[in-house]
Design a protein around this ligand. Structure first.
Ligand code: PLZ
Length: 450
């Protein structure tokens, strides 16, 4: 059953069921994996259980052998409205039939401007006309550009990032990312003027938001100096780091410190934004207005698009031609993003994200296993942290085993976390209640079997 206000969006030819017709991986997937091993470097893709996609939409991925899997990963938080939402498909088809590219810097087009206006209109705490947006291709590129803008706007260099942060894989953003393996090892030298600070991880640090913020501010003061910080860059809910929700008050206290010292607060909403958490931006939950927001992933329903949205006075700091790129804000990707915003609005997907969150949490609570140390997240961005019940230490082998069991039984589940011991659930918002419940029962089976 689809919830009353959510249209089944997988495309009519894609049955919304879990169905395994072969053991996984099936013969076609196994064959393709063999070819992949010979043609693609091992650094790029080594899934433990390779399933090659043939079609995807709503809450399912159909593989090349005809198996249907329940999708709790959304291609790492990208296909928030689904992998083949009819509005997105239509918008992209329409756009590419007119033109695929002109380069916005050479011959601009309306879709880009409309998207900038639309995101301005959604900006928390600042009127749309005082907001500007610039578009790029990947999340990492958006973060890079936010840093460039913050540095020109402040005339300062230091960038403060947090433990457990993930901001990308380019040299600058890799340097801002916390985890060494697999993201950084061997890839140095890293970019300078990046200062990593402890953030807020209530399950492990047991600090209040205010205490965690004070700890961080004290360190920034002594190690960097109040008036050297160009930007504090943080994720409102840390994604790759383990779906870490900061203690209440942590982000508002940092925002206050940024306002006092003139540091720019950049909120990286690449994973948490565009409806994922049940608010359009996850930062809305914190009741503060950041100076800049980076967006990507969910923004364009699977088309490559990212953006920096922020205060006009800051965004206008770099001079003409200072920001850009050949493909940034590709017209088909912008058209897709406009369709995504329309879908979120017209299909009430923010409230659907909250419903999905409630279903996930109750399904996970029902597993009732002492190895689940924490259930956390907001909306359709929920995770469980797996621990050794005796010591509370992270249990990453178990997370890996459960994820493998789940995919082997037709449920795509992703792991994350600095220690690799977190299972994260971020289904497309088009998924049905029935598929979610079925996925939760497979997961319960995994905990009993392992
Ligand atoms: N900022 C908060 O979550 C991407 C990374 C997957 P790109 N997260 C998925 C992987 O292993 O590379 C991400 C993010 C946050 C920035 C990024 C980077 O976005 O589009 O992958 O560059």
């Amino acid at each position: 059953m689809f919830s009353a206000h959510v249209a089944p969006t997988g495309g009519p030819s894609l049955p919304q069921v879990r169905r395994l017709v072969t053991a996984l991986p099936g013969p076609q997937s196994a064959h393709l994996m063999d070819r992949l091993r010979r043609s693609v470097p091992r650094a790029v893709s080594r899934p433990n259980l390779p399933v090659f996609a043939a079609a995807a939409g709503g809450g399912v991925v159909v593989d090349v052998d005809g198996n249907s899997l329940i999708d709790l990963g959304s291609g790492i938080a990208v296909t928030t409205v689904g992998n083949s939402h009819p509005r997105v498909v239509q918008a992209v088809q329409d756009q590419v039939s007119h033109f695929t590219h002109t380069c916005f810097m050479v011959t601009p087009y309306q879709q880009y401007v409309e998207l900038a206006e639309a995101l301005g209109g959604r900006y928390p705490g600042i009127a749309g006309e005082s907001v500007r947006a610039a578009f790029f291709n990947s999340g990492a590129e958006a973060v890079e550009n936010a840093v460039k803008i913050a540095r020109t706007a402040t005339g300062r260099q230091a960038i403060v990032t947090l433990d457990h942060a993930f901001h990308g894989r380019t040299n600058l953003t890799m340097s801002m990312t916390a985890k060494a393996n697999p993201y950084k090892s061997g890839f140095g030298p890293f970019a300078g003027e990046i200062y990593r600070m402890p953030g807020s991880y209530p399950f492990r640090d047991h600090l209040s938001g205010e205490e965690a913020a004070q700890r961080m501010i004290t360190r920034v003061r002594s190690l960097v100096g109040d008036y050297n910080v160009a930007a504090v860059v943080l994720e409102p809910i840390q994604g790759e780091g383990g779906f870490i929700v900061p203690a209440p008050g942590f982000i508002p206290a940092l925002a206050e410190w940024c306002a006092e010292t003139g540091a720019i607060m950049v909120v990286d909403e690449i994973q948490s934004g565009i409806g994922r958490t049940g608010d359009f931006f996850a930062i809305e939950h914190e009741n503060c207005s950041p100076d800049m927001i980076t967006v990507a992933k969910g923004l364009a329903g699977g088309m490559p698009l990212s953006g920096v949205v922020g205060r006009a006075d800051l965004m206008d700091a770099p001079g003409p031609g200072g920001i850009g790129g050949t493909y940034g804000g590709n017209p088909a990707a912008c058209a897709a993003a406009l369709a995504v915003l329309e879908a979120i609005e017209e299909e009430a997907l923010l409230s659907r994200a909250r419903e999905i969150g409630a279903l996930l949490v109750s399904g996970l609570e029902a597993i009732d296993d002492p190895r689940i140390g924490d259930i956390r997240g907001r909306g359709a961005m929920i995770a469980i942290e797996l621990v050794d019940p005796e010591t509370g230490g992270p249990d990453s082998p178990l997370a890996k085993q459960i994820a493998e069991y789940a995919i082997g039984h037709g449920v795509i589940v992703l792991t994350c976390g600095t220690f690799g011991n977190v299972l994260r659930f971020l289904p497309p918002l088009a998924i049905s209640d029935d598929l979610l419940k079925e996925a939760m029962s497979v997961l319960k089976g995994a905990f009993s079997a392992l």
